[in-house]
Ligand binder design. Sequence first.
Ligand SMILES: C[S@@+](CC[C@H](N)C(=O)[O-])C[C@H]1O[C@@H](n2cnc3c(N)ncnc32)[C@H](O)[C@@H]1O
Length: 223
Amino acid sequence: MELPSHLDAVRQSYDAVAADYARTVEGPAVALDPLSRAVLGAFAELVTSAGAGPAADVGCGPGKVTAYLSGLGVPVFGVDLSPRMVELARAAHPELRFDVGPMSALAAGDGELGGVLAFYSTHHLPPEELPAVYGEFLRALAPGGHLLLVTRVGDEGHQHRRYGYGGDSAPFDSYRLPEDRIAELLERAGFTIEARTLQAPEEGAKRPVAGFLARKPATAATT
Ligand SMILES: C[S@@+](CC[C@H](N)C(=O)[O-])C[C@H]1O[C@@H](n2cnc3c(N)ncnc32)[C@H](O)[C@@H]1O
């Protein structure tokens, strides 16, 4: 798969740390916190009650959250840029589907998905690529389908650094946007925001975490 160089760096870096990352997120210290479980629970209920199609967990990593959603009754598959992450996800959850691919080109037809989850996975995209990626989520969602996007937020900062997770990777980029900017971009892409959460940084972290529960309008807006 031909990828632009910044995405290739993300892929290579997560390939390098995949096993360490998987060990980290499976550990009890980073079990899903109560607020994450609450927003994932709301998303799961909305997706299953609409029955509009499966959900895609984009940037699923080793599949922990994909499996959590599946346990809540959501028909869900994962997709990730990193083949090594997908290998680990398939090994840990052989009953679920995991694909290798970028979230900017989902393997789903127009309106085929009931939900899109982007859980701590959009921060490596340069801000100028967000409109196209949010547009891709909207395209793949059924009318009335839901997006849950959870990400750390901050000033318009950009970091070029290594990710450890106990291992080591080549340096790669990550970006923090203010939560209002993300909300504006989601609305501009065509989403209706139904709820927002803002969670204080947990011990050892610097940045708060914002959650956006958004819906693709059932009918296109007319002017
Ligand atoms: C911090 S991990 C989060 C994994 C998982 N969502 C979780 O919460 O455990 C970020 C994941 O997003 C993936 N990723 C980053 N950019 C991506 C892109 N443009 N398309 C698909 N996956 C991407 C990475 O390979 C990595 O597995």
